[in-house]
Design a protein around this ligand. Structure first.
Ligand code: GLP
Length: 241
């Protein structure tokens, strides 16, 4: 794992956009893994800019997103599918039939999870996965727990995640209580991972991820065992290192 401390979120966004652009230049039919949350937005804006400049072509890619709230349809304005369309996919030339987000309305989440992982494997596996970081060290929606969950699965969101994500909803009561997320095993299979964390609220999770012994109590700490992880931080997020 290597980490860089950059001056601000826009600088980080441009660096990550360069990684994705390099990936599609190197392999136009790449399988790319995407994330939601506020942290990746500057990267998505920079990717859109590079696309508009004609530097990047996403016509050959296939995408898989990390997670989705249970109970929200694709067109719900707080669903992660909606987020991706409105923050990235509507503004680049990724074919919409090759966009994949876990189905938050699945009737059988076990079957949905197994099928999601099988589809990623069948597509050749994720080449480059972007991750944010929860204040509690979660990646995707893999919350702190006793064992690392392996495959895409349904989770119960913790009170701290509901608290952190309520800013996007009218009230905490409206935040879904469950989500479907790639497992830690699914994420660890990505060939390269780039993680972005900015702001003081992430500082303790960043320290646990990079400096402390790996534990499922900080799910992101398992990334210490991944052969290709690049972490981008601002000074606030890096303040406990
Ligand atoms: C959600 C998402 C995560 C994301 C996290 C942090 O819980 N499931 O993938 O990393 O939020 O979000 P933010 O970047 O807004 O702090």
């Amino acid at each position: 794992m290597v980490y860089y401390v950059k001056k601000d979120a826009d600088t980080i966004g441009k660096a990550i956009a360069s990684l994705f652009t390099a990936q599609v230049l190197k392999k136009p039919d790449s399988v790319l893994g995407f994330a939601t949350g506020s942290s990746p937005i500057p990267a998505y804006q920079a990717m859109i800019e590079l696309y508009k400049q004609g530097v990047a072509d996403y016509s050959g890619v296939t995408t898989y997103n990390l997670d989705e709230y249970c109970g929200l349809s694709h067109d719900h304005d707080q669903s992660y599918h909606y987020f991706m369309m409105h923050n990235l996919f509507n503004f680049i030339n990724v074919p919409h039939d090759r966009i994949h987000v876990p189905n938050g309305l699945a009737s059988d989440f076990d079957a949905e999870g197994k099928a999601y992982d099988a589809a990623i494997d069948a597509a050749g596996g994720i080449e480059l996965q972007i991750l944010g970081l929860g204040n509690n060290g979660h990646i995707g929606f893999n919350e702190p727990c006793d064992v690392y969950p392996q495959i895409t699965h349904k989770v119960t969101l913790t009170a701290s995640t509901i608290e952190a994500n309520k800013r996007f909803f009218a009230s905490a009561d409206e935040v879904p209580k469950f989500a479907i997320t790639m497992g830690i095993g699914t994420i660890m299979k990505a060939r390269s991972i780039v993680l972005v964390a900015t702001g003081k609220a992430k500082a303790a999770a960043v320290k646990a991820m990079i400096k402390d012994d790996p534990t499922p109590n900080c799910p992101a700490s398992i990334l210490q065992f991944h052969p290709s992880v690049t972490v981008f931080l601002d000074a606030d997020a890096a303040s406990m290192l």
